[in-house]
Ligand binder design. Structure first.
Ligand SMILES: [Ca+2]
Ligand SMILES: [Ca+2]
Length: 272
């Protein structure tokens, strides 16, 4: 059963109030002892996932697909810049963003295509399903991250796996001819972004059905690997406060959908 429109509206309005709390908190130091302002308390209501309750396997995947594909706002590729400046803002320096793979904090204004800039990394390589950068998977902020231009180029469209030589300018990241291994602190983030993409994009809305497999060299097929390694990375590198925060920001301010595998990490094993 789908929640009623009123139910959804109530959930969203509750979220709006919750998100307002940190702003009010600055002017109200005598806030209650509950950690309502903590970034590691995700601001979502279980009503959002009501239709997935009690499901497992393919029915769970289908229910989550419906939930995260309903009432979604798609962004233009140029709108993605501002969304990333918000979702990946450095909590210690609001004028900067945290870069994927290196963890470096870099000026939010240094976005572009030149050496020293950051750009929009498609964690699900956009050639895998050939979805480009029109509104859709190519502009879905749940798998887009600010990344150093040269490191982005090193990753290219490689599948993810372990091994290789360390990437220049990105300590702890490795690559070889058919795969890229991100630094440990990003391994789980990448796995969860790819899990989201496989569920969000099911062959509708004019795009390919994106799915995970255990291969490398997927090329332009709508697959991404390697699933067995991503499942290990999901366990090794659990959900962080930064992932929860960006999930909230994307939900509240931009796309109005969530990454279920950040909210419910246990669902990964229920599906794969
Ligand atoms: Ca992580
Ligand atoms: Ca899919």
């Amino acid at each position: 059963m789908r929640p009623t429109k009123a139910g959804r509206a109530l959930a969203v309005s509750t979220l709006s109030v919750a998100l307002a709390v940190p702003l009010l908190g600055a002017a109200a130091p005598a806030a209650p002892a509950t950690d309502a302002t903590s970034v590691d308390a995700p601001y979502f209501d279980d009503a959002y996932y009501a239709d997935a309750e009690g499901l497992t396997g393919e029915p769970l995947k289908q229910a989550l697909h419906e939930i995260i594909s309903t009432d979604v706002t798609t962004l233009s590729y140029s709108e993605v810049w501002d969304a990333l400046k918000d979702a990946d803002q450095d909590p210690a320096d609001p004028g900067s963003v945290i870069l994927l793979y290196t963890g470096e904090s870099r000026s939010a204004d240094a976005n572009g295509g030149n050496v020293g800039d950051w750009n929009r990394e498609h964690v699900w390589a956009k050639s895998h399903g050939d979805f480009g950068t029109s509104r859709g998977p190519g502009t879905d902020v749940h798998h887009l991250r600010p990344t150093d231009v040269q490191v982005n180029s090193s990753r290219g469209n490689l599948d993810f796996d372990e091994g290789g030589s360390e990437v220049s300018g990105a300590p702890g990241n490795y690559r070889d001819s058919d795969s890229f291994e991100p630094a440990d602190e990003f391994k789980g983030d990448i796995a969860r972004m790819l899990f989201y993409m496989a569920v969000r994009w099911e062959g509708d809305e004019g795009f390919a059905d994106l799915e995970l497999n255990d291969a490398t060299n997927n090329g332009s097929a709508p697959y991404h690997g390697r699933l067995s390694v991503l499942l290990e990375w999901h366990e090794q590198d659990p959900v962080s406060a930064a992932e929860q925060r960006r999930n909230d920001v994307i939900f509240e301010n931009y796309q109005h959908n969530r990454n279920p595998f950040i909210d419910h990490p246990e669902w990964v094993a229920e599906i794969w």
